[in-house]
Design a protein around this ligand. Structure first.
Ligand code: MG
Length: 157
C-alpha cells in the first residue's frame, strides 16, 4: 500500500468559469490558472503522484507547457490514472476536502464524483467533503478556493 497527500489553492478572479471537480459551477468568478484551475482535481492529482513517489504535479504538467494551457484537469487526472496502472498500482481510495466560502459546493459533490470518474478512477472510490473557512484567511475572504486530498494505492502485481 502507498499513501499520498495533495494540496492546492487557486485565486478567484473575474472572467473565468468556476470549475471544481470537473463541474462547471454558476458563480460570478472562476479560478485562475494555466489550466482550467480545477483546484480539487489538482489536489487529487498531487495525492496520486505523491503515492506513486513521482514528485509533484508541476513535474508532469509544467505551467510553461502550452500543451496544458486551459487544459481540462479531469484529462490531466486521466493521464495520471494511466500512470498508476503503468506502475502496477490501483487507486483504492481518494478522500478530499474542498474549502470555499462561496459558492456552497455541497450540492455539486455527486456531480463532481461523476465528472472525476471520467478520469477512469471510479466514483465509488472517491469521497469529497465541502467546507467553509468560517470567514478566516484567504478562503474566508473569498480570495480563493483550496483543496486537500489523500490517496491510497495498492500494488496489483
Ligand atoms: Mg493547481
Amino acid at each position: 500500500m502507498r499513501v499520498g497527500i495533495g494540496y492546492d489553492s487557486h485565486r478567484l478572479v473575474a472572467g473565468r468559469k468556476l470549475i471544481v471537480g470537473g463541474v462547471v459551477i454558476p458563480f460570478e468568478r472562476g479560478l485562475a490558472g494555466h489550466s482550467d484551475g480545477d483546484v480539487l482535481c489538482h489536489s487529487i492529482i498531487d495525492s496520486v503522484i505523491g503515492a506513486l513517489g513521482l514528485g509533484d504535479i508541476g513535474k508532469f504538467f509544467p505551467d510553461t507547457d502550452p500543451r496544458w494551457k486551459d487544459a481540462v484537469s479531469v484529462e490531466m487526472l486521466k493521464y495520471i490514472a494511466e500512470l498508476v496502472r503503468v506502475n502496477c498500482y490501483e487507486v483504492q481510495w481518494i478522500d478530499s476536502v474542498v474549502v470555499a466560502e462561496r459558492p456552497k459546493l455541497a450540492p455539486y459533490i455527486a456531480s463532481m464524483k461523476e465528472a472525476l470518474s471520467m478520469s477512469t478512477i471510479p466514483a465509488a472510490v472517491i469521497n469529497i467533503k465541502a467546507k467553509t473557512e468560517e470567514g478566516m484567511g484567504f478562503v474566508g475572504r473569498g480570495e480563493g478556493i483550496a483543496a486537500h486530498s489523500v490517496c491510497l494505492l495498492a500494488r496489483i502485481r
